[in-house]
Design a protein around this ligand. Structure first.
Ligand SMILES: [Zn+2]
Length: 134
């Protein structure tokens, strides 16, 4: 129970990440389907139910349709390259923003691959893409 409360408080700052990604790093299209974002949701690339935390390098902006349909699934591997490219962009354009420096302190691209494989190993659905579910 205490753990659940802890997770709940940790999830309240997603708005900060949303604004960072949208305003500072100009992510104005859905990470998955590419449509212009009208309503913005924050997606955990590696599902939150697996990683249990919010790290900027694991977050992408998505439209409600993609976010709701992806849920606790892993995307196709194609999107691994895309999240790595987004993270490269963030690192290049971070201009020493404190939040970014802090969030990326322990980031390594291979971590994304490892977490992806580990989540599959732990039974998470994978291979989700906006086209496959349309
Ligand atoms: Zn979408």
């Amino acid at each position: 129970m205490a753990k659940k409360l802890d997770y709940a408080t940790k999830r309240t700052n997603l708005k900060v990440y949303r604004n960072l990604l949208y305003d500072t790093f100009h992510r104005h299209d859905c990470f998955y389907c590419g449509r212009k974002l009208k309503s913005i949701e924050v997606d955990h690339f590696i599902p939150w139910s697996f990683v249990r935390n919010d790290k900027l390098w694991n977050l992408a902006l998505a439209c409600p349709k993609c976010n709701n349909s992806k849920r606790d699934s892993l995307s196709t591997r194609y999107y691994i390259e895309k999240i790595l490219a987004q993270n490269d962009y963030i690192i290049e354009h971070s201009n020493n923003i404190d939040v970014v420096k802090r969030e990326f302190k322990i980031y390594e691209p291979k971590k994304i691959y490892e977490m992806y494989e580990c989540a599959i190993f732990n039974g998470f659905d994978y291979g989700w893409s906006p086209n496959a579910t349309a």
